[in-house]
Structure formats: structure tokens, C-alpha cells
Design a protein around this ligand. Structure first.
Ligand code: FAD
Length: 559
């Protein structure tokens, strides 16, 4: 009685009064792509796996990552993490340490991928078991195809096993990820090098052949003295570090990229007493290697010198004894992708008993079937060549040599092969599951056959920062530099379970509805319908826009 005196109260349900027609503008729940996901070539749904990791649900987080990426333990260690560089939180106290959380998920999560029940069940050969070959085999296995991987080495993994050193990527971590792949009943045939003719003849027994043989021929300098004893090349040397040069006092590594950094750091561990110098034509501070690796090399006592190029290797009795260098400078045009070195005044001779030339690798063209243009092979975005049934993936065709790029290319190629076998148009289908403006495609979206658009990006300006208290990132510790000299133990420690959950909790989950219910509680018209996904009941939404303003993650919008 008292209440009715104060405010009008209806004695019957007001549900019949459909107030939604008052406004032509309505709110809609519509998830967006986070900038980190758009930047990830593998297309991992980062906001989604971060939600699980934040709650300590590592099995579910792993399952989520495995939708798009078969090698999270590897990427959690060696990925150059373009995702982190695009994290919206980097506009505040620092990006979420996505790579570290991914590593923790791979460490603590359990689960196996499921072999698909393919409609076509093709037989596919993959040549090469690096990340591109493994990724192609993985996605084809999940689509229900029978896959055989041919590998010339005794063990699987390509550069992951024979190039990237143990102190960055322990072999046990790689092995665990390969074991997981075996659940897909992929046949692995190792110690089997294939050649031009054998590759082409595979097409008689298989519906498609994917070449993922990487880039293993070292680039040479083309200068005098390269035949001397004591001259080695980056990747071949890393794959079986030679100790033929007994106790070198001075080692010079030529090159400023990531391979050169690994070569210098492996040399440090093999020859802890030697003086090791990395020399490159770029100025110090402009080396192409990831800065983190250069910093760790410097911590390990490796000297880094920029602005010099080698002119000749000097020898005595057929053995290297020094290198003549010329001062130089590099002119790069990032837009045109060109690189030019010009000489400056000044020469010097550096004593060395060992030099390891690490200026890049190119594919072994002699293995590729004739008919593919050497030097630059034309393929579709899903790796299809002009030769029927022959596809390429990974470093063989990628402009950027990185594990995550190889995984991405392996996935696109697997989908391309699958769609060709089905008689579908890969161009059309892949464009429907493309993530944002990048090259990544979503395997999860492909399997679901979802028509959800993946092209709208959640902007930082739309994130409600006031809901996320300041919280600096947790960065894991590292092995002491003094200890590193004598050991191949992993340099970077991982995050503990609680630390990983805490770090994942820093994620804004941009563009993703986490069921926080702010829209539900603040809607004055009770128009929000909870569910998976949430939606707005247009019969009651008066278009006030409170839910749009309230959503911390840019999920609700007016239309
Ligand atoms: P690969 O990994 O090269 O694998 C190709 C496989 O094919 C090999 O196993 C090879 O034995 C096999 N093969 C070749 N020819 C034949 C044949 N005729 N018959 C049968 N098998 C054959 N990227 C990062 O993202 N982060 C890093 O930290 C990083 N560090 C690197 C360090 C080093 C030393 C090097 C060399 C590269 C590094 N990269 C890194 C780059 C990255 O490893 C490559 O981009 C990636 O491995 C390419 O994958 P892939 O599958 O195309 O080729």
C-alpha cells in the first residue's frame, strides 16, 4: 500500500508492452577480432584461451589453442610474438605476455587432437617434417585424410630439432608436441631423402603431394678463402656443431640475424674460453636479429660489431688464420624490400681460427621438380603450383622465415588440398574464414562452417579501461649468464600455474563476450538475453545504448 503511494506499480505483467518499437536503433552483441589475433599468423583465438588460462583451466585453454596451432610449446618459446606487439594492453602498463602464457598452457594442459571423419579421405604425402610439414599433416589428419610424412633426417622436426638450440627449445618439448600429433594416425617415414624424380612419382600413389622441405642451402659470401679449413656455415654447423677446429681462441660469426645469434651462442657454450665476435654490415642497434636474442648474447660475453663486411679469409697451410674486413654501411628500403651495401674508408684484419658464415639459407632448388621456376616459385595463397597435385608450404615459399609463418602456411595448404579434393573453390572458402586483414585463416571457423564475420577489429579506444586496474606484466626469470656459458640448459624459465593465470587475467579479452553481465544488469529494459552467445531482445530494446557504453570489450554495438 505504501509502495503504491510512492511509485506506480503494475499488478499484471508488463511483458505485453513491446517497447522496442520506440527506436529504430538497436543494440546487438557481435564479437570482434582482437588485434593480437589478427596479428598472429596461426590465427590463435588468444582472448578465448586467455579466459580459460585466467581461471586455471589449462586443459580447455590447450584445446582452444590446438584448434589453430599444433605446436604451442614450440611457439610459446621461440615465436617472435607479433601478437604481443599488437596487444591493446601495450597502450597501458605493457602487453600481456601472451607467449609466456601459451608456453604455460602447453606445459600444464592435457589433451589430444581428434582425427576427423573425412568425407573424402584422401591419401596425402608431405615431404619434410619441419613446422610447415607437421602443420599440414596435423590439419589434414584432423580433416580425416591419411597422411604420410617423408623426412630425410633420422628424427622429426626440421629446424626445430636440427637448428634451434636446446637452450631456447629443449628437444623434450618438441618431442611432446610430436607425440601429440601421433594421435592423428599420421605415418612418419624418416631417414628417407626424396629427390626430384621420387617426388614426382609420389603423385601416382597419393592424391596430393605437399613439399615442405624448407631452406637448407647456406648463402655463400663468394669471397677468397671460403674453402679454408675453419670456415663453416650457419645451419649446417648448427645441425652438427663441428668441433674439428680444436680449441679456437677467436671465433668470428658473420651475420646479424637470428641464425648468427644462435651460432654465436652455441659457440660460446662449446668454447667457453674463446673470444667470440659477431660482425655484420648493419650498424649496431640495427641488426635484423630479435633484440632479445642479441641482448642475451651480449650477456653471455659475445661481442657485437656493426658496420663491417668481410673482404677475404686469410689462411696459412690451408687453415684459416684471419679475416680482412672493410668498413661499410647498409641502405635499406623497407617499402621496396631492397638492401644495398656501400663501402666506406677503412680496412682491418681480425685474427680468427674459426669463422661461421651465417647470412641466411635458400631452398635446395635441385630437389624441386622441374617446371617450378627456381629462385621464386609462383603459388596460390594455399601453396598450389602449376603442377597438378603439387603444393608447397613453409620456408620454401614464405617471404618471412618464422615458425609461426610455417605453421600458418601448412594450415592454408592443408585446407587448399582438402578443398581441391572436395571440388570446392579454395579462394572463396578461405576468404570466408580469413582473420582480419592478415594471412591467417581460422580452422575452427572452417570446421563450424560459421558465417560469423572475422573482419572487424576490437579497437583500444573502445575498451573500458576503468574496469581493468593497473597491473604490470609478469616476466619470467632467466638462467644466470655465468652459468649459461657452460650449459645448454633452457635459458628462460616458464611461468608457474598461478603466475600464468594472473598474467592471462591481464588480458582485456578484446572483442570477446566473457559473460561479465554488465550489459545484463545495466539494461533498463531487461532486453538482454543471457545465453551462448548473449543477444538483445529487439521487442524490448529502446536503443538507449547503455549496454554499448557499458561493455568493457567492444562486443555490443548499435545498428
Ligand atoms: P624446416 O624447418 O627447414 O623443415 C624442412 C624439413 O624438410 C627438414 O626436416 C628437412 O630435413 C626436410 N627435407 C628437406 N629436404 C628433404 C628431402 N629432399 N627429402 C625429405 N626431407 C627433406 N623462427 C622463429 O619463429 N623463431 C626462432 O627463434 C627461429 N630461430 C631459428 C634459428 C635457426 C638457426 C634457423 C635456421 C631458423 C630459425 N627460425 C626461427 C626460422 C624457422 O625455424 C623456419 O622458418 C621454419 O623452421 C621453417 O619451417 P619449414 O617446415 O618450412 O622448414
Amino acid at each position: 500500500m505504501e509502495l503504491e503511494a510512492l511509485i506506480p506499480v503494475s499488478r499484471i505483467s508488463t511483458e505485453g508492452f513491446r517497447t522496442g518499437q520506440w527506436s529504430p536503433r538497436k543494440a546487438y552483441h557481435s564479437e570482434k577480432v582482437s588485434p593480437c589475433r589478427e596479428a598472429c599468423p596461426a590465427g590463435s583465438d588468444i582472448p578465448e584461451f586467455m579466459c580459460f588460462a585466467a581461471e586455471g583451466r589449462f586443459d580447455e585453454a590447450l584445446k582452444e589453442i590446438l584448434h589453430e596451432n599444433p605446436l604451442p610449446g614450440v611457439c610459446g618459446r621461440v615465436c617472435p610474438h607479433p601478437c604481443q606487439d599488437h596487444c591493446n594492453r601495450s597502450n597501458l602498463e605493457g602487453a600481456v605476455q601472451i607467449r609466456e602464457v601459451e608456453r604455460a598452457v602447453a606445459e600444464y594442459g592435457r589433451g589430444l587432437p581428434q582425427r576427423g571423419e573425412g568425407k573424402v579421405g584422401g591419401r596425402i604425402a608431405v615431404v619434410g617434417s619441419g613446422p610447415a610439414g607437421l602443420s599440414a599433416a596435423y590439419f589434414l589428419g584432423r580433416l580425416g585424410h591419411r597422411v604420410t610424412v617423408f623426412e630425410r633426417q633420422k628424427e622429426l622436426g626440421g629446424v626445430l630439432r636440427y637448428g634451434i638450440p636446446e637452450y631456447r627449445l629443449p628437444k623434450g618439448v618438441l618431442q611432446k608436441e610430436i607425440e601429440r600429433l601421433k594421435a592423428l594416425e599420421i605415418d612418419f617415414v624418416t631417414s628417407t631423402p626424396l629427390h626430384r624424380e621420387t617426388i614426382l612419382s609420389l603423385r601416382q600413389d597419393f592424391d596430393a603431394v605437399i613439399l615442405a622441405t624448407g631452406a637448407w642451402s647456406p648463402r655463400r659470401l663468394g669471397i677468397r678463402g671460403e674453402e679454408l679449413q675453419g670456415v663453416f656455415y650457419g645451419l649446417p654447423w648448427l645441425s652438427s656443431p663441428s668441433t674439428a677446429t680444436t680449441d679456437p681462441r677467436r671465433i668470428v660469426v658473420i651475420g646479424g640475424g637470428d641464425v648468427a645469434v644462435d651460432v654465436a651462442r652455441v659457440s660460446r657454450r662449446l668454447y667457453p674460453e674463446a673470444r667470440i665476435v659477431m660482425v655484420a654490415p648493419e650498424r649496431e642497434g640495427e641488426f635484423p636479429a630479435i633484440p632479445e636474442g642479441l641482448l642475451e648474447a651480449a650477456e653471455e660475453g659475445i661481442e657485437i660489431e656493426g658496420g663491417w663486411r668481410p673482404l677475404e679469409f686469410l689462411g696459412e697451410g690451408g687453415r684459416l688464420k684471419g679475416i680482412r674486413f672493410r668498413r661499410c654501411e647498409v641502405h635499406r628500403d623497407p617499402d621496396a624490400g631492397t638492401y644495398r651495401i656501400t663501402d666506406l674508408e677503412g680496412e682491418r684484419i681480425e685474427e680468427a681460427q674459426m669463422v661461421i658464415v651465417s647470412i641466411g639459407q635458400v631452398p635446395e632448388w635441385e630437389v624441386l621438380p622441374q617446371g617450378l621456376k627456381q629462385g621464386h616459385i609462383e603459388t596460390t595463397p594455399w601453396g598450389e603450383t602449376a603442377i597438378k597435385g603439387l603444393f608447397l608450404a613453409g620456408d620454401l615459399v614464405n617471404r618471412k622465415a618464422a615458425v609461426v609463418e610455417a605453421i600458418s602456411s601448412g594450415k592454408r595448404t592443408a585446407l587448399g588440398v582438402h578443398l581441391r579434393l572436395l571440388g570446392d573453390d579454395p579462394q572463396k572458402v578461405l576468404s570466408e574464414v580469413k582473420i582480419g586483414g592478415g594471412r591467417a585463416v581460422s580452422f575452427k571457423a572452417f570446421l563450424k562452417g560459421t558465417s560469423k564475420r572475422l573482419d572487424r577489429i576490437a579497437e583500444f579506444s573502445e575498451v573500458s579501461r576503468y574496469l581493468f586496474p593497473e597491473c604490470p606484466p609478469i616476466r619470467p626469470g632467466k638462467l644466470d649468464p655465468g652459468e649459461r656459458k657452460f650449459s645448454f640448459r633452457e635459458v628462460k624459465f616458464g611461468l608457474g600455474k598461478e603466475e600464468a593465470s594472473h598474467e592471462a587475467g591481464r588480458c582485456f579479452n578484446c572483442g570477446k563476450c566473457t559473460g561479465c553481465d554488465l550489459c545484463f544488469f545495466l539494461c533498463p529494459d531487461l532486453a538482454i538475453l543471457k545465453g551462448d552467445p548473449y543477444s538483445v531482445n529487439p521487442d524490448y530494446c529502446k536503443g538507449c545504448g547503455i549496454c554499448v557504453e557499458a561493455c568493457p570489450r567492444d562486443v555490443v554495438e548499435m545498428r
